[in-house]
Design a protein. Structure first.
Length: 174
């Protein structure tokens, strides 16, 4: 069984709702499923720690309970592009830490579903975009398309970019 990366044409298109529904469908097939949202922006402080609602929902739908920080190692209060939110918070997003968490979670399940942040070309550091992370994880990509004016163009351009980056686009949903 392969692992999956859920991306979108942009932010607010339903990546989290699809991620959770997909995790549920895989579990109903009898598979052990874990989820991950390695980078999240737009979090709120709860009991002196930042919590992102999307990451929390993914955590709640995992087959096994793990710590929030394992599922969401980089969380930022500012609802902006990750590289901007990280600078604002004085943090550096460490791809090696994300990959370490990914491999740990992968060892616990049949299928690992990773949800992205923003859209396909979202910068996550000054040097790297989301594309670089997905390439390092070597996972199949599912594209979530927001149903709104211009979505066909966004979907086609994003699908072309994923394929041009040498990754396996196994499907798209809306």
């Amino acid at each position: 069984m392969t692992n999956f990366f859920i991306t979108g044409t942009d932010t607010g298109v339903g990546k989290t709702w699809f991620t959770v529904a997909f995790m549920g469908a895989l579990k109903r097939k009898g598979l052990s499923v874990m989820g991950m949202k390695p980078i999240a922006t737009g979090a709120e402080k709860i009991k002196d720690r930042l919590i992102n609602e999307d990451a929390k929902l993914i955590l709640q739908n995992c087959s096994q309970m793990v710590s929030y920080n394992l599922v969401n190692p980089f969380v930022f209060e500012l609802p902006s592009s990750p590289h901007v939110a990280a600078k604002h918070q004085g943090t550096v997003i460490d791809l090696d830490q994300i990959i370490k968490n990914y491999h740990f979670l992968k060892s616990m399940c049949d299928v690992l579903v990773v949800e992205g942040v923003g859209g396909w070309r979202t910068p996550i550091t000054d040097e790297h975009s989301l594309t670089d992370l997905v390439s390092k994880l070597n996972v199949s990509v599912i594209l979530v398309v927001g149903m709104r004016l211009g979505c066909i163009n966004h979907a086609i351009l994003t699908a072309e970019a994923i394929k041009a980056d040498g990754l396996n686009l196994c499907g798209w949903v809306s």
